[in-house]
Design a protein. Structure first.
Lengths: 123, 617
């Protein structure tokens, strides 16, 4: 069964890029969200195996969304997507429960590498 | 592998193991069946062996190995350590200490002394194979679970955000085990800093090795991931701390940081200057009509004094630092004299300024030697008196408010006051017809050149040390007195301040100079003089100024001793007293110098020296 992915980012362009990367690897993109509020909703609805989460988003940011998701789903695997220079925000997200991170701009093989490793982390 | 950066850790840890080992051996000497102490002996030797081997000090490791074998045999056979075995282990310990010194001085290790080698052969019957040269440092003792793990991670060169990556790794590790410490520190990582060669070190508490290793496999941007068990840290053992008498120093230690003493001295000196400056401002603001200034100075005073109290606290160390090695010294002294001595120490956890503890070493040793040499009788004489064969020697420390009281009691022959009186007459310390009271006689034995010993004892010379003991103690701001009962024993009482360098003094002006008198020796002050008062300037050899002057009465243990007249009494101050050094100290009756708030120096007078000069006139 293919790994099911939830992509969270407020930029359509980013979501499309990631969609392409994941499809190419045989992952199934089961849902998308454009802000933190949607992220929590879609997670609860679809229960993906993996979530990629942007940080800076309207209504609710990625750190808060991570916190909420992990609280209800301690085994959730969330990979933070961040721009260079936002390290301290990433650290906050890690403390909130995120598993790992990728730095934009994305390189396809890098994304896959991080994601695969993240999926092996036993909670 | 380059182990040199572990040098200082090796030196410190080994020294601590050796000290603890000594304590255990002394306990075993009195009680060969003590299983716990024997286990400890084995563990300490095992640790020393491992550390020396990993530092490539082969000779040391081999010696530790042979000593460990001795201990191990005794453990396994259940017979305990025989008396000759304990002796050999003590000798071996001494050699290990000598070797450690050589390492510290970067010299090559001397070969083992012949007699130790022979003694070992006799006990073990032939040599044993040397240990592996590559034993890892601080291996956990057989059978015990490692309670700590060292995880070392090297990040890939290409890792773009090493601090962040390290942060993630630390976070993951935390989910498996309690985090003790990491380097770079969490703070640094959070700030995005990663000094060093991409090496992340994490010290963890109890964990499952397999869990840690699996985690290592799930990490990214990591070029190497190593997990190593460490021996649990020297855990406070409640049983050790309970051992009364000549046992190892109190084992319970709070989380600590090692700081060079130079740095501590710098803090202390700086605080001393702050106090001086504070004094100056307090004086100055008193005379200026500014409420704001006075208020500010008051606040400043609170802050500085609080800082001073803490810094003084930092200089406080338990007296066990000094007393831990005394049981061994007493044991050796007793053996030399062919006497049996039962030596107990209590109150070792009492804390004193480091400088006082260090300076207490010489006078205490002197008193101990005197007690063993002159005070305690040999077994035959004791039996004749109906005393137990072994002489009792008790050293105790007790905190009493802002002072510490030290007591050294022996149940020996006591001081023969008749002979003291005769001797004092002989030495011209007493007038012919004088019938001195008991107190006076007890004070006389502290006079220089005074000894009732006709022949110099082999151990303590003529027994003249008491004047030196008194001088040493009083230099520290303390007092020493003695009590004795003929035939039953003698007790020395030493009273010490908690801290050395910040001393309350009474400032006086005389002959154009500002001088300081230790407040502790000042009985009272008064205007005008009484009979028998003497001008301070005269004792100092200067010209006295005019004027009626004011009077300071100085005292000692037995009451008022000297009435001094000075031009003016300036008031009480707290100052930091610095020692003068031998050259300057010889110039006059001064025990040190202080810098006042306005920057002027004030020489601190040595009261007993003043007394002696007065008597000499």
């Amino acid at each position: 069964m293919a790994t099911r992915v939830l992509i969270v980012d407020d930029a359509v362009f980013m979501r499309n890029t990631l969609k392409e990367i994941f499809s190419g690897e045989g992952f199934e993109v089961c849902a998308e969200a454009a802000n933190g509020v949607e992220a929590v909703e879609k997670f609860t609805e679809h229960r993906p195996d993996l979530t990629t989460m942007d940080i800076v988003m309207p209504f609710k940011n990625g750190i808060e969304a991570t916190r909420e998701i992990v609280k209800e789903n301690p085994a959730a695997v969330i990979v933070i997507c961040s721009a260079l220079g936002q390290e301290s925000l990433v650290m906050e997200a890690i403390e909130a429960g995120a598993t790992d991170f990728i730095i934009k701009p994305f390189k396809a093989d890098r994304v896959i590498q991080v994601v695969r490793k993240a999926l092996t982390v036993r909670r | 592998m380059d182990m040199s950066r572990y040098q200082s850790l090796f030196l410190n840890d080994t020294a601590e193991h050796l000290d603890a080992l000594e304590g255990n051996l002394l306990v075993l000497e009195g009680n060969p069946g003590d299983r716990e102490s024997l286990d400890e002996v084995f563990r300490h030797l095992h640790s020393v062996k491992g550390m020396a081997a990993s530092m490539h000090y082969e000779v040391m490791a081999r010696l530790a190995h042979r000593l460990e074998d001795l201990a191990s045999e005794a453990r396994e056979s259940g017979r305990g350590l025989s008396s000759p075995a304990v002796e050999v282990l003590l000798q071996g310990l001494d050699v290990l200490r000598v070797q450690l010194q050589a390492v510290r001085g970067k010299q090559s290790l001397p070969p083992l002394p012949e007699e130790l080698v022979l003694a070992l052969e006799k006990l073990q019957g032939g040599s044993r194979p040397p240990p592996e040269a590559s034993a890892p440092p601080a291996q956990p003792a057989a059978g015990s679970e490692p309670a700590r793990w060292l995880v070392e991670v090297v990040l890939e060169e290409s890792c773009p955000a090493p601090a962040l990556r390290a942060f993630v790794i630390v976070n993951r590790l935390r989910q498996l085990a309690p985090l003790v410490e990491c380097r770079p520190s969490e703070q640094q990582l959070r700030a995005g800093q990663f000094p060093g060669n991409r090496l992340l070190q994490v010290l963890l508490g109890e964990a499952e090795r397999s869990g840690l290793e699996t985690l290592g496999e799930s990490l990214l941007e990591v070029s190497s991931f190593k997990v190593e068990p460490l021996a649990p840290p020297a855990a406070p053992d409640g049983r050790q701390a309970a051992a009364a008498g000549p046992g190892p120093p109190p084992a319970a230690r709070p989380a600590t940081v090692r700081v060079g003493t130079e740095l501590l001295d710098f803090f202390f000196d700086s605080v001393g200057e702050l106090i001086s400056l504070l004094s100056f401002f307090e004086e100055y603001s008193g005379g200026v009509d500014s409420r704001a200034l006075r208020h500010g100075v008051r606040r400043l005073g609170q802050v500085v004094r609080r800082l001073r109290d803490r810094v003084v606290q930092v200089r406080m160390v338990p007296v066990s630092l000094l007393t831990a090695r005394l049981p061994r010294v007493v044991r050796d002294l007793a053996r030399q004299q062919d006497k049996q001595v039962d030596f107990t120490i209590s109150g070792q956890e009492v804390e004193l300024d480091r400088a006082i503890v260090e300076a207490l070493d010489t006078p205490l040793l002197h008193l101990l030697r005197n007690a063993v040499d002159h005070g305690l009788e040999d077994a035959a004489a004791r039996r004749a008196r109906g005393k137990p064969d072994g002489g009792r020697l008790e050293l105790s420390f007790q905190r009493a408010g802002e002072r510490v009281q030290v007591r050294l009691r022996d149940d020996g022959a006591g001081i023969d006051l008749e002979r003291v009186m005769q001797r004092a007459r002989q030495q011209g310390l007493l007038a012919d017809g004088e019938r001195p009271g008991r107190q006076r006689l007890l004070e006389l034995i502290f006079q220089p050149g005074f000894s009732t010993r006709e022949r110099a004892g082999q151990v303590s010379g003529r027994g003249v040390g008491l004047d030196a003991v008194r001088r040493d103690i009083e230099r520290l701001g303390g007092r020493v007195t003695v009590e004795t009962v003929s035939g039953q024993g003698t007790t020395f009482f030493i009273d010490l301040p908690l801290t050395l360098a910040i001393v309350p003094v009474l400032l006086v002006e005389e002959a154009g100079a500002v001088l300081a008198l230790p407040a502790q020796r000042v009985e009272r002050v008064q205007a005008g003089h009484e009979d028998g008062a003497v001008r301070l300037a005269e004792i100092l050899g200067g010209a006295a100024g005019g004027g009626a002057g004011e009077c300071v009465v100085l005292g000692g243990a037995g009451g008022p001793l000297l009435r001094l007249v000075v031009e003016r009494i300036c008031g009480h101050r707290e100052v930091v007293v610095k020692p003068l050094g031998r050259l300057l100290a010889a110039v006059g009756p001064y025990s040190g110098a202080a810098v006042l708030g306005d920057g002027r120096p004030a020489l601190v007078l040595d009261v007993d020296e003043l007394l002696r000069r007065r008597a000499g006139r």
